[in-house]
Design a protein around this ligand. Structure first.
Ligand code: UGA
Length: 437
């Protein structure tokens, strides 16, 4: 069996590496030649725990990385995992997936194996039937369901645990028609992930499941963030005790109740926007989804207000940001709340210094010389008027009085309450904690 994967980002490269290291004959395709060269040499283009090890393991077996789509000619399964970013008006941008699907279609023309195309990319309901299927049939001159299979296969992996999630997903969703292709795909996944539930449904439901999943996660975060704002007005109230307790109720569950500066990353914000747009076009007023987004935006605004309230005029004040990655254990800064915060503070002419264990290069690509980049936490704090802990990196939990003593003003805003027990010699504010009066 030969498996092709198109698009070597977080989803595609994790799948490629896991399949190849599991001994499958695997072809990873990406249009970016440089990226392919890097991956072929065993180096990941981004930081993801465990990825390089799995990739290198795969490269020792039967893995080829290339920008040449014709290598897909004799594949049995072809996964498409290219990005579907947000366009300027908030709707989903399908240009990359259309292009890849066209290229895959051309290879189908020569493929005599009746291959199965699985679309992992997040697409709004109706895209498989109305866009992807017609492009594939036209470019291959073949019929879906007869000459090849087409299946929606949404992905639920999280960055920072991509390898684990690829090896052990909580569910496999297969959307499409009940054909021999569906039966073959089910068998493939039963072997790959024994004991994992497989949900078989139609294309549009599979597409909607992905949005349901991400929008529910965003809702949980905005819910706890709204409560955390209320807690801040109750002296002594603690959002973590509340989250821990309600999380013990199995109907609620403990995950995704960690209050913070708002959700970011390359998925939740753009998927929320795409779903809101899709609902509006379908003449459904997305009242709840709009509120979830609004709370997320307010969370950051409140942070800026607190800084202004405590520092007065912030122009020329040195403000330290600890963590620019959108979450720990990644170097990804796409739609990171810390990046948005820096933009807002720069508009008010603050002098920004950032520290991040992994994401400095990506942060530099955004801000260049407009901000300073500290190599150590101590350098980041020296002569600072305020430090904001935005990303919950482990190393920030060890911050101590010795490190903050060279701050010009010892003012800490802890977005993740990681220093709450430390009783540091500083003015300390934390999201979700009501200040004792
Ligand atoms: C998210 C989903 O969790 C994945 O299931 C999904 O497959 C992926 O999007 C996708 O669609 O590709 P990811 O973007 O890696 O995964 O990030 P999350 O772990 O969901 O975190 C998103 C944001 O929410 C981060 O800014 C994080 O700090 C924030 N968050 C998360 C909180 O503020 N509190 C929490 O309790 C959890």
């Amino acid at each position: 069996m030969k498996i092709g994967i198109v698009g070597l980002g977080f989803v595609g490269l994790s799948l490629t590496s896991v399949l190849a290291s599991g001994g499958y004959r695997t072809i990873g395709i990406d249009i970016d030649k440089k990226r392919c060269e890097k991956i072929s040499n065993g180096n990941s283009p981004f930081f993801e725990p465990g990825l390089e090890k799995t990739l290198r393991n795969g490269l020792k077996k039967k893995l080829t990385i290339s920008n040449d789509f014709s290598l897909l000619n004799d594949c049995d399964f072809i996964f498409v995992a290219v990005g579907t970013p947000q366009s300027a008006n908030g709707t989903i941008d399908l240009s990359m997936i259309k292009k890849s699907i066209r290229s895959v279609g051309k290879t189908l023309h020569k493929n005599n194996k009746n291959p199965i195309i699985l679309v992992k990319s997040t697409v709004v309901p109706g895209t498989m039937k109305n866009t992807i299927l017609p492009i594939l049939e036209k470019s291959s001159d073949k019929k879906a369901g007869k000459d090849f299979g087409l299946i929606s296969n949404p992905e639920f992996l999280q960055e920072s645990s991509a390898i684990r999630d690829t090896k052990f997903p909580h569910v496999v969703v297969l959307g499409g028609y009940q054909t021999k292709y569906m039966r073959k795909t089910k068998k493939f996944f039963e072997k790959l992930h024994p004991k994992i539930p497989i949900i078989i449904t139609n294309h549009q439901t599979a597409e909607m499941i992905k949005y349901a999943n991400n929008s529910f996660l965003a809702t949980k975060i905005s819910f706890i963030n709204q409560l955390s704002s209320i807690c801040q007005s109750i002296p002594g109230a603690n959002i973590d005790d509340i989250a821990k307790t309600i999380g013990l109720d199995p109907r609620i569950g403990k995950l995704f109740l960690n209050a913070g500066p708002g959700y970011g990353g390359s998925c939740l914000p753009k998927d929320m926007k795409a779903l809101i747009n899709f609902a509006t076009k379908s003449r459904i007023k997305p009242i709840l989804l709009n509120a979830v987004e609004e709370i997320n935006i307010k969370q950051l605004d409140q942070l800026v207000s607190l800084i202004k309230q405590q520092l007065g005029n912030i122009s020329t004040k040195k403000i330290t940001i600890l963590g620019t990655a959108f979450k720990p254990d990644t170097d990804d800064v796409r739609d990171s709340v810390a990046i948005e915060l820096i933009k807002k503070l720069l508009k008010r002419k603050a002098r920004i210094t950032v520290h991040d264990p992994k994401a400095i290069k990506n942060t530099m690509n955004i801000f260049g010389k407009r901000i300073s980049y500290a190599k150590s936490i101590n350098d980041a704090l020296s002569k600072s008027h305020c430090v904001i802990i935005t990303t919950q990196w482990k190393q920030y939990e060890h911050l101590n009085d010795n490190q903050i003593k060279y701050m010009t003003k010892k003012f800490i805003i802890d977005c993740r309450r990681i220093l709450v027990k430390k009783e540091l010699d500083a003015e300390y504010y934390a999201i979700g904690l009501g200040k004792e009066v």
